[in-house]
Design a protein around this ligand. Structure first.
Ligand code: BES
Ligand code: MN
Ligand code: ZN
Length: 513
């Protein structure tokens, strides 16, 4: 962190506080819950016996509006000691009601929120459910840790109680398998919280330079080699898009290259992340509405890609993964790129800038060229690219587009496994002409409609036929209010999806679809 006294950055500011919080919290599978817990969650299904430990009949629960649906909880205060919480687990026995993985994560999250006053909590739901025990351990861990996340670093007045212990009650013969799931869940939750921290950090506190420093520090701790390119090296590498966006900023850009190289790799996946540390719009200045306030999170794609990289070694990933994170802010100034300016991408293509607020695709173009030069089996990019993605699918679901159906299908499978929802939009090539201009090879601005598609068509120009999928996370990067495992603020969307994708990656056939 540079010495920026004028920015009033506290000397002890920790840009990734979750790493410490999570390191301090222990998650264990136990056969008896310890006695000093603040709250214990007890699973209740919609029909059948109510566990006697709750000491209440179903009618009493229902009288309070508790129907035992997934996501429902009811606090049952006790005369003294540990609070009990009824935790709905849905229709476990019913044919239509078999619990999904997403349900199980939601159950953990709902309980963790209901127990927000307690730092040490225990959960007795595994016996009431039917899921595989390793999956249960992982899903409950993710749900609880992600729900208890909060970015508090700059709010000394916060009353938030950090989680220090989660005990998951299991039968003796399942301790080992649940524990294995817990270990996985701790890694994926930690990665997600890292992505959230990076996106939640104010823009003055996390510049491209800072991001590079953090990557250099954390990378080696997770078996990654990190190479940070400074402005001089970026010029030498001819990354014209990154430089064009950075032109108006007093902060230097950074291109962060991260490599995970397992022995006997089973494939090579390249990731590309949009790292706009703050998107003012540049000369095409954004209006001062609440949306503008979110633009410190315009690096959420780079954060998610980097975070996913930090999970690979511990989870035994056999895919080689190379990430390119394109970091700069997008600022107006006397030196900023102007409308009508033309720059040259690393591959020699020229781009006319018709709107400086369509900056994401400019920095991504160089990165996609760099990625394609490595001749990987596939490229997946992740970017807070267009307001059109938010308009089309809202804050729960991100558009995915690509040039290879096998690869897109793999991203969909990872989406389903992680409950980071995506939906495929067609890469409609008939809209490509919207990007034509008399002045250069391509314009960075499409027409009025299908903005997420024209942005993807722009990116498609730079992947050189390599199987490629694009995740537009402009809508899903943040939530306004707590919602199960999504905590208010940056969601870290993509960190778990990309981790799962790398873990299960199979090189797709290279025939285009
Ligand atoms: N970072 C924004 C997209 C965005 C919008 C992210 C809302 C998160 C929430 C991006 O750089 C942008 O400004 N896109 C423009 C593109 C347009 C000028 C073609 C947009 O979507 O309006
Ligand atoms: Mn923009
Ligand atoms: Zn942007």
């Amino acid at each position: 962190m540079p010495d920026n006294a004028y920015k009033l950055i506290p000397a002890d500011f920790d840009p990734v506080p979750s790493l410490k919080t999570l390191a301090d919290s222990s998650v264990t599978a136990v056969t008896t819950l310890s006695t000093e817990l603040g709250a214990i969650g007890i699973g209740v299904s919609v029909s059948g016996e109510v566990p006697s430990a709750l000491g209440l009949a179903r009618e009493a629960l229902e009288a309070q509006g508790f129907e035992a649906k997934v996501g429902q909880t009811l606090i049952v205060p006790q005369r003294s000691g540990t609070t009990l919480i009824a935790v709905g687990v849905g229709d476990v026995g019913g044919v239509a009601g078999s619990l999904t993985a997403a349900n199980m994560r939601d159950i953990g999250a709902a309980f963790a929120r209901a127990a927000h006053r307690s730092s040490r909590i225990g959960l007795d739901v595994v016996g009431a459910t039917t899921l595989d025990s390793e999956d249960s351990g992982r899903l409950l861990t993710e749900g609880v840790l992600l729900a208890r996340y909060r970015f508090n670093e700059l709010k000394p007045s916060s009353k938030h109680v950090p989680l220090t212990a989660l005990e998951i009650l299991v039968p003796a013969d399942e301790v080992e398998r649940v524990s294995a799931g817990v270990r996985t869940g701790c890694v994926t939750a930690r990665a997600t919280c890292l992505a959230r921290d990076l996106a939640n950090t104010p823009p003055g506190y996390l510049t491209a330079t800072d991001f590079g420093n953090i990557a250099e520090k954390l990378g080696p701790q997770h078996g990654l080699s990190v190479h940070v390119f400074d402005k001089e090296q970026i010029i030498a590498e001819r990354l014209g898009g990154l430089l064009a966006v950075n032109a108006g900023s007093v902060e230097e850009p950074r291109m962060i290259q991260v490599r995970y190289t397992p022995d006997d790799a089973t494939g090579h996946l390249a990731l590309v992340g949009k790292g706009i540390m703050y998107d003012s719009g540049g000369i095409s200045l954004k209006p001062s509405d609440p949306m503008h306030l979110l633009m410190k999170m315009d690096m959420a794609g780079a954060a998610a890609a980097f975070a996913a990289m930090t999970a690979l070694k511990e989870l035994g990933c056999t895919t080689r993964v190379t990430a390119f994170l394109m970091c700069t802010d997008n600022m107006p100034s006397g030196s900023a790129s102007k409308l009508g300016d033309v720059f040259t991408v690393r591959n020699g293509m020229t781009v006319e800038i018709q709107n400086t607020d369509a900056e994401g695709r400019l920095v991504m173009s160089d990165a996609l060229v760099l990625a394609a030069e490595e001749k990987p089996d596939a490229i997946v990019d992740i970017a807070t690219l267009t307001g059109a993605a938010l308009a089309a699918l809202g804050t729960h679901t991100a558009p995915v587009l690509g040039n290879n159906q096998e690869l897109v299908d793999q991203t969909k499978a990872s989406s389903a496994a992680t409950d980071e929802s995506i939906w495929q939009l067609p890469l409609e090539h008939r809209y490509r002409k919207q990007l034509d201009t008399e002045v250069a090879d391509i314009s960075n601005l499409g027409g009025k409609f299908a903005g997420a598609t024209t942005a993807a068509l722009f990116l498609n120009e730079f992947v050189d036929g390599v199987p490629w999928a694009h995740l537009d996370i402009a809508g899903t990067m943040q939530v306004d209010a707590d919602d199960l495992w999504r905590s208010q603020g940056a969601t870290g969307f993509g960190a778990r999806l990309l981790t799962d994708l790398a873990l299960n990656f199979v090189p797709p056939a290279t025939t285009k679809s």
